[in-house]
Design a protein. Sequence first.
Length: 202
Amino acid sequence: MRIIKIPRVLTKNRAEEEFEREIPNIIVKESKKFGIKTDLEEIHIDNFNIPEAEKLVEGNAREEFEKQDFVVFLSQSKEVNDILKRVFCERFDNAFVLALDSTVKFDNLEMFSDMITEKINRKDIFLQINMNILDRAFAPGILEPEPLGLSNREFFYILRRLARCQGLKAISICGISREKDEKNDLITCKTAARILKEFARP
């Protein structure tokens, strides 16, 4: 599994930056417990030089979308996700970016899953996951928690449906606070590692 770590963190000081930017490393470490073989690369950026950081993210993302059949991006920044989305849509004529975040609401889980899988059929898909889609009871390390999130059962049911889609080209995972998660046995990082397990390919 090709994984690109993008430690883009908006903080007030470098000490806080260094602490929070370890989230992608923690997720990768947890994923190894599932036996996932990874091909890792990190985009080394200076979070205090935003124009240069965004330029590096854009250039590296463009190269990955050109070369890889499937790639995972681990970041903590919605700004990074916006750059990845734009580059992906420029690369693929049939692009479809599906955001799974706190705005996802439904009355019937199976009907909702049927609807989104039908909508993305025959598309080139970029799945962007913000961990705030989950309820805090299941992901206490969420960076920006919202009320009434999904349960693990609901969330992973949707993911398993999406993992079978032939056109899936990339996923990104963001939205974890290391400070919050370390107080809760890294539950949210472990859940993110389970996401990688669902999308791991032979």
